[in-house]
Design a binder for this molecule. Structure first.
Ligand code: IMP
Ligand code: MG
Length: 174
């Protein structure tokens, strides 16, 4: 059996997450009424969130996956590298980027600029979690699930060294 360490603190229960994801979906349903949306899920952390979100959308939806890795250098200017590109073209489509968490903003900013150069009809940024304390790049986020305290979190797709992604709740681990 998977044992959760006693120092983990539950931040959001599965029920609270489900309710909030429903509210985000309702917002997207309103904003994109009668339009087709193309979700771009940022692997791997956002896959659980996107799987729940997409099933609450009452629109014509398609989705694709992108995977990036970031390396924090000592000069604190992180370098982001694309490790799996989209399979489909996003040109002239209404794109919503779906992310698990925004910390420095470097990852999402890289994805935003990369996708913008492919000329989508529009692009919105959606993140389940926003931790603004260490932000290095100002990003205007369109859909935010929860603004969280300055703690590392796992569960609901988010990992620490690839572990804990399958936990239904979100936990702070420090
Ligand atoms: P950023 O580029 O600094 O904004 O970092 C965002 C990326 O780092 C996310 O896509 C996550 O994969 C990862 N990340 C940042 N904070 C956490 C956390 O608390 N738990 C798990 N992953 C995190
Ligand atoms: Mg991520």
């Amino acid at each position: 059996m998977l044992e959760i360490p006693s120092y983990f603190q539950r931040l959001y229960t599965a029920e609270e997450i489900d309710k909030r994801v429903g509210e985000l979906a309702a917002q997207i349903n309103r904003d994109y009424a009668r339009r087709k949306v193309h979700l771009v899920c940022v692997m791997r952390g956002a896959t659980v969130f996107m799987a729940d979100l997409v099933r609450k959308l009452d629109l014509e939806v398609t989705y694709d996956y992108i995977c990036v890795h970031s390396y924090e250098s000592s000069s604190s200017s992180g370098v982001v590298r694309l490790s799996k590109d989209l399979d489909e073209n996003v040109e002239s489509r209404h794109v919503i980027v779906v992310e698990d968490i925004i910390d420095s903003g470097l990852t999402l900013n890289y994805i935003k600029e990369n996708l913008q150069s492919r000329k989508p009809a529009s692009m919105a940024l959606c993140t389940l979690l926003d931790r603004p304390h260490r932000r290095k790049i100002d990003l205007s986020l369109d859909y935010v699930g929860f603004v969280i305290p300055d703690k590392f979190v796992v569960g609901y797709g988010l990992d620490f060294e690839q572990k804990w992604r399958q936990l239904p709740d979100i936990w702070a681990i420090n």
